[in-house]
Design a binder for this molecule. Structure first.
Ligand code: UDP
Length: 313
């Protein structure tokens, strides 16, 4: 069955991969973005397709969409620490007003709704790995609070629309993800290290590099999100790869994936409120949908480096 799908943040890193996925499934995609952190280049190859439409709009402002919609996927937001430090109020607005508007569209169209939430709702977690039942450990007034609290509010709002209006909603808590189409300068560990290695500059590891993250390749993530959409569960579901590594290990693996680089690791101060550890408990999504990540860092990092080599000018 052909669906008409609205994807906010459709020109972003994850959003653009979702646009591709729905087009490949034969659906019609309305890609909404204001290019604050997304980019035209991410969707340029889709623009000629008859089932693809770009709506240049900030979802923090109300919007009327013509025609029917089967699904609204709300992915618009600055999502890297550097971006949400640069755009703190925009981040709060898109997580609050943007989510309100996106839910309003879904309600008007009787469409299903998927919220792109985040592992940041767990803050600097005191429970490890993080199951969905953990309420988190967030500093509301720290520099990351603008993103963490906006997404926590967005989750509360999504559940309220489900409970009060019977909207058919999903909440995916997305853990660290990497792959082609990340911005080289978005400040996140993987693209930053790759850019530095390709330029022969030092890899800037913050703190002692012993803090951990668990990185999921974009193709795995998209498949996981697709399955969450088809699982009739309204409470949050973690989507991520539980392969936990220290950031120093990630830097070393990037060096190994960039043949011939002269770069070395250099240590820099740890940013405020940087979570010390992060790993998703994915037993819920696996039990509900059978999903598990397939792409290891050994495959995903070289594929990402190859993409950056080709596109970094
Ligand atoms: N990080 C780093 N060097 C960088 C960028 C990030 O050491 O140039 C560290 C950062 O301090 C954090 C981890 O890598 O501990 C992941 O950071 P990222 O910005 O990718 O995402 P986060 O998981 O913090 O949202």
């Amino acid at each position: 069955m052909n669906m008409r799908v609205l994807i906010t943040g459709g020109a972003g890193f994850i959003g653009s991969h979702l646009c591709e996925r729905f087009l490949a499934e034969g659906h019609t995609v309305l890609c909404l973005d204001n290019f604050l952190t997304g980019s035209d280049a991410n969707i340029a190859h889709l623009k000629g397709q008859p089932r693809f439409q770009l709506i240049l709009h900030n979802i923090a402002q109300p919007l009327e969409v013509g025609g029917s919609l089967a699904y609204v996927l709300h992915f618009a937001s600055p999502a890297s620490p550097v971006d949400y430090l640069k755009f703190p109020i925009q981040t709060l607005k898109v997580g609050s007003l943007g989510t309100l508007n996106a839910l309003g569209i879904a309600k008007a169209k009787r469409a299903k709704f998927l919220l792109a939430s985040t592992s940041e709702v767990y803050g600097d977690p005191q429970v490890h790995p993080q199951p969905e039942s953990y309420w988190g450990h967030v500093n509301p007034v720290g520099p990351r609070g603008v993103y963490d609290e906006a997404k926590r509010f967005a989750e509360a709002l999504t559940m309220a629309y489900h409970r009060e209006h019977g909207l058919d909603t999903r909440i995916a808590r997305i853990f660290n993800t990497y792959g082609p189409r990340m911005r080289l300068n978005d400040g996140r560990a993987v693209p930053t290290f790759i850019a530095q290695a390709l330029r022969g500059e030092p890899l800037t590891v913050f703190g002692d590099g012993r803090q951990t993250r668990s990185f999921c390749y974009i193709d795995d993530l998209v498949e996981g999100l697709r399955r969450v959409m088809d699982a009739a569960v309204h409470e949050p579901i973690n989507v991520g790869n539980p392969d936990e590594r220290s950031i120093l290990e990630i830097a070393q693996q990037v060096l190994a994936s960039c043949n011939g680089t002269q770069s070395r690791v250099e240590f820099r101060p740890l940013p405020e409120d940087d979570p010390k550890q992060r790993r998703p408990d994915i037993s819920k999504i696996t039990r509900l949908t059978g999903w598990q990540p397939r792409v290891s860092l050994d495959e995903g990092l070289p594929a990402t480096v190859a993409w950056f080599r080709e596109h970094w000018n």
